[in-house]
Structure formats: structure tokens, C-alpha cells
Design a binder for this molecule. Structure first.
Ligand code: 5GP
Length: 193
């Protein structure tokens, strides 16, 4: 087991409805030493990519992306969730359905911060059905930037997002892939990587 899998095993809580709670170290209270290890690992896995920008989505991706940016020396842009209809032409806009909150959000990034010269690494905490990620990929495509790769902390391998994204040919690196989890026993099974 790698460092993140060990931590999930120790502190992760399996909830009903296919939800893994990791709020004691990843997305509410945040363990920055753990984030640094994650940054180091993604830097190793994306060593050859000319990444000059990190893209994530609010809220829980931001903390991770900020620590990771230290390893790539690249600024972080986060997509903002916006309820209002934005008709101004200065934003890339996409729509994302939230897995945890079961609602649709319009997600926006200012055109000032992403352009065709950029080489982007997308970072997020979870990959489940892939809606959040598809939204971020759409924003990169609208901007004309190059998507160099995607770093996910925890992929839920029993949901479809990871398979779809890999089939599309993107370089996806998930640090922990959960293949099964049981809310009754609390047992979590990781994919061998
Ligand atoms: P997707 O769009 O891939 O279906 O879901 C991704 C987003 O939903 C993540 O950014 C994350 O915020 C949230 N999410 C999905 N599954 C889980 C989960 O099991 N636990 C937690 N804490 N968040 C999740």
C-alpha cells in the first residue's frame, strides 16, 4: 500500500451511498505533509510534461492544488461554481453536476487565466462519475491550452469516471484507486497499481 492508501485505510470512513469520508485529512481538515507527499509523487509521475498551470475546482481541490503547485512552480487557477447565468464573453463556462450535493452548477474560469500557450495539469480530490473532471476538461478545450495530465487523489474505481477519461486517451494518475468499499464492515479494497 502507498502512503495515501495507508491513510485512507486508517482514517477514511465508508458511508452509505458510495461516499468515502476523508474530511479528517483531505477535504475539511487538511494534512499538508500528506499533500506535500502527493505533490512529490505527481511531480515524479508527470516529470516529462512541460506544465505551467494547475487547474482545479472549488472548493476541496484548492488546498491540494496550492501545495502541489510548489512542486511544479506553476500558478493555480480554480474554476468557480456560479449559480447565476453569465452572459459576459470573458469567461469559459461549463456545467457540472455535483456527486455529493446532487445539483448542477455552472462553472466558470476567466479567459485571462487560461490561453492556448498554457500546458495544464488538472488536480482534484476525487474522481467518481467524472462530471467535475469533464467540466474542467471542457474548460481547457475551450481555452485552446494543452492538457498535459490529470492528477486525482482518490479515484472510486467502481464508478465510471476513470474508465471514461482513460478511454479518451488522457494521462490520468490517481494516487489511490478504491475498487470496492463496504459501509457495513468499513472494508476498503484498493486496486493494485
Ligand atoms: P464526479 O464529478 O467525478 O462524479 O465527482 C467528483 C466530485 O464529487 C469530487 O470533486 C468530490 O468533491 C465529490 N465526491 C465524489 N465522490 C466522493 C466521495 O466518495 N467522498 C467525498 N468526500 N467526495 C466525493
Amino acid at each position: 500500500m502507498n502512503f495515501l492508501e495507508e491513510r485512507i485505510q486508517k482514517d477514511g470512513i465508508v458511508k452509505e451511498g458510495n461516499v468515502l469520508k476523508v474530511d479528517s485529512f483531505l477535504n475539511h481538515q487538511m494534512d499538508i505533509d500528506l499533500f506535500k507527499q502527493m505533490g512529490e509523487e505527481w511531480k515524479r509521475r508527470f516529470a516529462d510534461a512541460p506544465i505551467n498551470k494547475i487547474l482545479t475546482i472549488e472548493a476541496s481541490g484548492i488546498g491540494i492544488a496550492c501545495v502541489v503547485s510548489e512542486y511544479f512552480h506553476a500558478p493555480v487557477v480554480f474554476a468557480k461554481k456560479s449559480k447565476s447565468i453569465n452572459i459576459e464573453g470573458d469567461m469559459y463556462i461549463t456545467e457540472v453536476e455535483s456527486f455529493t450535493h446532487k445539483c448542477k452548477n455552472q462553472v466558470i474560469v476567466s479567459k485571462k487565466f487560461l490561453n492556448p500557450e498554457d500546458h495544464v495539469l488538472i488536480i482534484d480530490d476525487f474522481l467518481a462519475n467524472g462530471c467535475a473532471l469533464q467540466g474542467l476538461i471542457s474548460i481547457v478545450q475551450q481555452s485552446g491550452a494543452t492538457l498535459e495530465g490529470i492528477g486525482i487523489a482518490i479515484e472510486k474505481g467502481f464508478q465510471s469516471g476513470g474508465r471514461v477519461i482513460r478511454n479518451l486517451g488522457y494521462h490520468l494518475e490517481s494516487l489511490a484507486i478504491v475498487d470496492a468499499m463496504d459501509a457495513q464492515t468499513g472494508k476498503i479494497t484498493f486496486r493494485e497499481q
